[in-house]
Design a protein around this ligand. Structure first.
Ligand SMILES: [Cu+2]
Length: 178
């Protein structure tokens, strides 16, 4: 169990990009890279359907997804969290690192965290609506390229979070705490 697995990470990134590809046209910020990333996008969770995955994915991380044991999640210009699903032990601090140029947020769904768990969102907001409102008005909570956000996960269970500006591109991720 090493903390990273480059080959798996690459696979997840590619499938994630393919999933996001259908809706990327809506994001005018993508520099250069048009997302003709090919692939079939089929990691079993969504069958590459271009429909938004806001909360329909459920709190279990979707069906058939693999859980990567790592404490680092990259946010990329492909508008994905990579890996999309990670598993950590209780007490682990997870770093969400923006490795691209496009800004992102890490914003938990109010109803996507275990009972008794602490709400988390980049910008330090205490609820999804607070995070969403602050982002809308002044882009608060934005994580620019090269910067990162950390959160320590204590309560066991599955957490679902999303990127406010790219939720409709399918930029949603999961953390399973065991
Ligand atoms: Cu994003």
């Amino acid at each position: 169990m090493t903390s990273s697995d480059p080959s798996r990470r690459r696979i997840l990134r590619l499938t994630g990009a393919a999933i996001a590809g259908g809706a990327v046209a809506g994001c005018s910020a993508a520099p250069g890279e048009s997302s003709d990333a090919g692939g079939d996008g089929g990691d079993g969770s969504s069958d590459a359907t271009p429909t938004p995955t806001s909360s329909g994915d459920g709190g279990d991380g979707g069906s058939g997804g693999e859980w990567t044991q790592t404490s680092t999640v990259e946010m990329t210009d492909e508008l994905v969290y990579a890996p999309k699903r990670i598993q950590v032990s209780s007490g682990t601090t997870v770093t969400f690192e923006n490795t691209g140029n496009i800004g992102h947020t890490v914003t938990a769904y109010d109803d996507g965290i275990p009972d008794g768990a602490t709400y988390f969102a980049s910008g330090g907001f205490e609820s999804q609506s607070a995070a969403s409102d602050a982002y809308s008005s002044e882009q608060a909570g934005n994580i620019p390229g090269g910067e990162s956000y950390e959160h320590t996960f204590e309560t066991a269970g599955t957490y679902e979070y999303y990127c406010i500006p790219h939720e409709l591109n399918g930029m949603v991720g999961y953390v399973k705490v065991v």
